[in-house]
Design a protein around this ligand. Structure first.
Ligand code: NAD
Length: 464
């Protein structure tokens, strides 16, 4: 008979509390944390703007905001209901604000410019992932952090989902012995996946490709779960579905002559927030948010797979696809004493149909922390056992499995709550993007690429 052992939610319980990179950010009692921000787009003005203010109003305040697009900048100031100054250049902002953190939420390839400048002017930084997009920029950031004595935190929100934390706990406890290999597959559906091809993410020079922009999350999770760092990557990838792989194309969905026959037609004007953010501000910078997924300028991969060798001997097989009928992921850890498997949102496993069109919109619009009564499951099976155990956590509806709000709480409220070194700095930021950068190079060079070809950082078998 099946043995199913349901454990309560144990995330973080019993884990040693370690001080995270912001331990030095203790604030005077009663004082508010002062934030200055560069980048007021979707993530910047939402999660790092309105949501942050809504959730931590008594704790934080904005002291400066900057964006290259004056329309989006003015919109952010209004949405934040703040009297803080807005600036017409980043340098001007740094020269005029007294901030505890500079928050960087711009296009990926520009992060390094803002991180380095902020560090050199004596500020601590919170940056959105990916830390940056190539190995040269990565070194600039590492060097600037060293010479400035200031700190950068990389906002790896996926780590903080309660499901991912529970998986970390099982692995840290060596529940199935030493792990030797991993199979990890991530599926983006034709709504969310296509969205990366509608704007700057589809350009290698801006996003570093999805190997970096998207997979930095997945590689960071792998590095953290395995408590090890990568040494070598072999990868394959191509652009099979989007970009020039179609007989017709337009410029933007709104006025496209093919809107009736194109399965990827998307009416941005039906979304008030996105219209205000992008359509209303196109005249300032020509940033088209509903660009054509068939654009000939798209030069990233839409199908990717890699093998990663870790310093502790683990080999990981990873794949990412961007035109799946459903959105979800699955992972399996093979250990010397058994196997751990888990997954999210795979329709035939959850035995429930999701509306795939709404799936992403729902996830991204919920910054709260509600549970919907369902659970996430982790299956553990020992070698020679007849049965398996199931460990569960609540399926939270908040952004990124509840990871968004938990990460911000650890940054701004429970600053000593750092279970399993969950707070990430530049080393973690570097090690995750370096896997993606190595994968890009591996495809171009048609050979395995060592992490040591890209950085002076020496991969550690055991990170902690
Ligand atoms: N952790 C997550 O789950 C998550 C989710 C979404 C986005 N992100 C990250 O957040 C960042 C922003 O993403 P987004 O979706 O909000 O993009 P976006 O395009 O909506 O916003 C980017 C903003 O940066 C501004 N900008 C671009 N170049 C600039 C420059 N040189 N100087 C000043 N401002 C500049 C743009 O005008 C825009 O307002 C990206 O790095 C992305 O990877 C992370």
């Amino acid at each position: 008979m099946e043995r199913r052992k349901f454990l309560g939610y144990t995330a973080a319980a019993g884990a040693a509390l370690m001080l995270h990179p912001f331990e030095s950010f203790a604030l005077p009692p009663g004082g508010k944390i002062k934030l200055a921000q560069v980048g007021t787009g979707h993530r910047g003005s939402g999660f790092w703007g309105e949501d942050l203010l809504k959730n931590f109003e008594k704790l934080i305040e904005f002291v400066g905001i900057y964006d290259i697009n004056p329309g989006r900048l003015a919109r952010a100031k209004k949405a934040y209901k703040t009297n803080c100054p807005i600036f017409s250049s980043f340098d001007e902002m740094l020269d005029n604000v007294k901030a505890d953190y500079i928050i960087v939420t711009t296009v990926d390839a520009t992060h390094d410019e803002f991180i380095v400048k902020a560090l050199d002017k004596g500020f601590n930084v919170i940056t959105e992932k990916p830390m940056t997009t190539d190995e040269v920029k990565c070194k600039r950031i590492l060097d600037a952090e060293k010479r400035s004595g200031k700190k950068v935190i990389v906002a790896f929100n996926y780590r903080h989902s309660v499901h991912n934390v529970q998986l970390k706990e099982l692995l840290a406890a060596e529940r199935v012995g030493k792990i030797t290999s991993v199979d990890f597959n991530w599926y983006l559906n034709v709504y969310h996946g296509a969205d990366y091809f509608r704007r700057w993410h589809g350009r290698m020079a801006k996003s570093g490709s999805l190997w970096v922009h998207k997979a930095t999350h997945h590689f960071d999770l792998l590095n953290w779960w395995l408590n090890s760092e990568p040494v070598e990557v072999t990868a394959y990838g191509s652009l099979d579905h989007y970009g020039s792989n179609n007989t017709f194309r337009g410029t933007k969905c709104r006025d496209c002559e093919f809107k009736v026959k194109c399965r990827f037609f998307w009416d941005i004007t039906k979304n008030k927030r996105l219209t205000e953010l992008y359509v209303d501000n196109e005249q300032h910078d020509g940033y088209i948010r509903d660009g054509c997924v068939w654009s000939n300028e798209i030069d990233i991969y839409d199908k990717m797979s890699a093998q990663i060798i870790y310093a502790n001997g683990v080999t990981a097989n990873y794949s990412l696809t961007t035109y799946s009928p459903y959105e979800g992921w699955q992972i399996a850890f093979n250990g010397m004493k058994g196997r751990i498997e888990t997954w999210e949102d795979i329709p035939y496993l959850q035995k429930m149909q999701d509306d795939q069109a709404l799936h992403h919109a729902k996830e991204m619009s919920q910054a709260g922390d509600a549970a919907n009564g369902e659970v996430r499951e982790i299956m553990v099976m020992d070698n020679f056992a007849k049965n398996y155990e199931i460990f569960t956590t609540p399926k939270l509806t908040g952004g990124h499995g509840g990871g968004d709000i938990r990460m911000q709480r650890r940054m701004f409220v429970d600053t000593n709550d750092n279970p399993h070194h969950i707070m990430a700095g530049t080393r973690e930021g570097a090690m995750s993007i370096l896997i993606g950068i190595a994968a890009r190079k591996s495809i171009a060079l048609k050979r395995p690429v060592k992490i040591s070809e890209l950085t002076d950082l020496v991969p550690m078998a055991n990170r902690f």
